[in-house]
Design a protein around this ligand. Structure first.
Ligand code: SAH
Ligand code: SF4
Ligand code: F3S
Length: 492
C-alpha cells in the first residue's frame, strides 16, 4: 500500500502541493524525471546507497530513505561508490560520531573518482550544532545535511540538491509533525519494524536522545494497525513495535490508549505470527502489560528491560526513576508470571561518581536476575546532557577494569540461561542463510536466541520447529523437526 503511489500520474509542471504527503510525492516525481533524463543523456543507471549507523529506529528511517530513493528512480546498492550515498548517523556514544568522520574520509575518496557523486548526512548526529559547524569547516564536500525532525521531506531536499550546486543544510529544532504514508523499502521481506512513537521525554542524565529526537509523540493506533495490515498483505509475519519507551505509548494522544491495549489490538490482526517490541523503560512497565504478554499467543517471550545500573544512588543520578529494589521486584514478577521469558538489558559502566561498590551492586543484580543477554557500554560523555557537567568523572583505568569484570559475569549468566533450552523443540523464524556455512540457515526463537540448522533458501521467512541439539554459548546448532507451519497458529 505504501509503495503504491503512481508517481507518473502527478503533474510536475504545476506548483507543489502544500499538504503532506502529497507534497513529497510531487517531489519524488520531479526527482524521478530528473533521474530518467540523466540516464538517457549519459547512457547509464544512477545508483544510491543508504548506510544505517544507528539503532532499530534509525534502521526503520533508513528503510524510508531507501523507499523514497527507489521511487525517485535510483537503483539501490550497498556499494558506497554509488552516485548518491547517505549516512544515517547515530550519536548516542562518541565512538558512533568517530565512525561517521572515518566513513566521510572514505567517501571523499570515492567522490574524487566520480564527480557525479552526491554525499548526504542525516540522523541523530546532525541535530548537534557543533557537528554541523565541523562538517561545514572540514568536510565541505558533503552536499546535503538534514536532521531527524524533517526526514519526511527527504524527497523535497533531494530535489533541491539535484537542482542546485551548493551545500544544502536543513535542520529543525523540534517538531510535532508525524507524516504518514511515505514509501518504505524493507530490508527483510518477512519481518519489519514499525514506529509506534517518536522522541523521548525521559531525560536520563547521560543520554542525548531526547535532545536529538525531540519530544515524545505517539502515532494514532489506527495508523499503526493499518500499516501492520499492509505489511501482512505484503508477506510480513513478524513485527517489532519501536519506540524509545514503548511503555508510555499513547498517553498523550487525544484519545489516550495504553501500550498493553495497543498490543491487544495488534494481536487481533490476522496473519501476524510474532510480535516484538523495543524498548521498555522499567519505570513505566505496567501489570496490564505483563498480563497481556502472559496470555498472548503471538507476543514473543522476550523483554528488553534496560537496567543501566544496579546501584540506587547511581540510578538516582541517572534520573532513571526506579531503585535497585524496584527493578529486582519487577524482574522477579515478570519471571514468575511468564516463566519462559528471556530478559535482556543494557548497562552503562563508568557513569560519573560510580564507585567499585556501585559496580558490585550492578553485578549483583546481573547475578540475581540472570539476564539472558546484556549490552554493556562504557559511559560516554555527551555534551549538553546533565551528566557531562558532573565533576566526578571516573578514571579510565577503573572503568576499563570494571567493564571487563561485568562482562565476564554477564557472559556467565547468559550462557547459563541459553543452555537451559538444550534438547527442547521450539519454533524458529528462519531469517537467512548462515554467514559462515551456506548449507545452514539461521533462525530466531521467540525468546530471541539464535539457532543454526541445516537447510536452504526455501526456509527463509518460515516458522518451523527446530530441535536445539548443541548449545554453543550464546547460540544453538539444531535441526528442523517439523516443516508444517499450517497446523500452528502462533509463532511461539
Ligand atoms: N530508550 C532506550 C535506550 C536507547 S539508547 C532505553 O531507555 O532503554 C541505548 C542504550 O545506550 C541505553 O540503554 C544506554 O545503555 C546506552 N547509552 C545511552 N547513552 C549513553 C552514554 N552517554 N554512554 C554510554 N551508553 C549510553
Ligand atoms: Fe535515553 Fe533514557 Fe530516553 Fe532511553 S529513556 S532514550 S536512555 S533518555
Ligand atoms: Fe538511535 Fe543512536 Fe539516535 S541509538 S535514536 S540512532 S542517537
Amino acid at each position: 500500500m505504501y509503495n503504491e503511489i503512481d508517481l507518473d500520474k502527478i503533474d510536475i509542471n504545476t506548483e507543489p502541493p502544500t499538504e503532506e504527503p502529497a507534497r513529497q510525492h510531487y517531489f519524488m516525481a520531479k526527482c524521478r524525471k530528473w533521474v530518467k533524463d540523466f540516464e538517457q543523456k549519459n547512457g547509464r543507471l544512477l545508483q544510491a546507497c543508504v548506510v544505517n549507523m544507528g539503532c532499530q529506529m534509525n534502521a526503520r528511517d533508513s528503510e524510508k530513505l531507501t523507499g523514497i530513493l527507489r521511487n525517485a528512480g535510483y537503483q539501490i546498492t550497498e556499494d558506497e561508490r554509488a552516485d548518491f550515498v547517505i549516512l544515517n548517523t547515530c550519536t548516542v556514544r562518541d565512538n558512533a560520531n568517530q565512525k561517521v568522520y572515518g566513513r566521510l574520509g572514505e567517501l571523499n575518496g570515492h567522490k574524487r573518482r566520480n564527480p557525479e557523486m552526491k554525499i548526504a548526512l542525516c540522523g541523530c548526529m546532525m541535530q548537534e550544532a557543533a557537528v554541523i559547524e565541523k562538517i561545514k569547516k572540514s568536510y565541505s564536500f558533503v552536499d546535503l545535511i538534514f536532521g531527524t525532525h524533517n526526514i519526511f521531506k527527504f524527497a523535497e531536499l533531494l530535489w533541491t540538491l539535484l537542482a542546485s550546486e551548493r551545500m544544502i543544510i536543513d535542520i529543525w529544532q523540534d517538531t510535532d509533525k508525524i507524516v504518514e504514508a511515505l514509501p518504505v523499502e524493507r530490508k527483510y521481506p518477512f519481518k519489519s519494524g514499525i514506529n509506534i512513537m517518536f522522541g523521548c521525554n525521559n531525560f536520563c542524565s547521560y543520554c542525548i536522545v531526547p535532545y536529538v529526537r525531540g519530544r515524545e509523540r505517539s502515532r494514532e493506533p489506527e495508523d499503526i494497525i493499518r500499516e501492520i495490515q499492509g505489511l501482512v498483505s505484503d508477506g510480513v509475519v513478524e513485527i517489532m513495535l519501536l519506540g524509545q519507551n514503548v511503555n508510555s505509548y499513547g498517553k498523550n494522544l487525544t484519545n489516550p490508549i495504553s501500550f498493553a491495549e495497543l498490543l491487544r489490538r495488534v494481536e487481533q490482526i490476522e496473519g501476524i505470527k510474532r510480535i516484538r517490541f523495543m524498548t521498555s523503560h522499567p519505570k513505566d512497565l505496567s501489570d496490564e502489560l505483563i498480563e497481556v504478554m502472559k496470555h498472548s499467543r503471538k507476543i514473543c517471550r522476550h523483554l528488553h528491560l534496560p537496567l543501566q545500573s544496579g546501584s540506587t544512588q547511581i540510578l538516582e543520578q541517572m534520573n532513571r526513576r526506579y531503585t535497585r529494589e524496584q527493578y529486582l521486584e519487577l524482574a522477579e514478577k515478570i519471571r514468575r508470571e511468564i516463566p519462559d521469558i528471556a530478559i535482556t538489558t543494557d548497562i552503562i559502566v563508568g557513569f560519573p561518581g560510580e564507585t567499585p561498590k556501585d559496580l558490585e551492586e550492578t553485578i549483583d543484580v546481573v547475578r540475581r536476575v540472570k539476564f539472558d543477554n546484556a549490552f554493556t557500554f562504557i559511559y560516554s560523555k555527551r555534551t549538553g546532557t546533565p551528566a557531562a557537567a558532573m565533576e566526578n568523572q571516573v578514571p579510565e583505568a577503573q572503568v576499563k577494569a570494571g567493564f571487563d569484570r561485568l562482562l565476564k559475569v554477564v557472559q556467565e549468566t547468559a550462557r547459563e540461561q541459553v543452555s537451559k533450552h538444550q534438547g527442547k523443540v521450539l519454533d524458529a523464524l528462519i531469517e537467512g542463510i548462515n554467514e559462515n556455512d551456506d548449507t545452514m540457515v539461521t533462525g530466531r526463537l521467540s525468546n530471541n536466541t539464535i539457532v543454526h540448522v541445516p537447510g536452504d533458501e526455501s526456509l527463509i521467512g518460515r516458522i518451523v520447529s527446530v530441535s536445539l541439539d548443541e548449545c554453543h554459548g550464546f547460540y544453538y546448532i539444531g535441526h528442523v523437526t517439523d516443516l508444517n507451519e499450517q497446523k500452528r497458529e502462533t509463532g511461539q
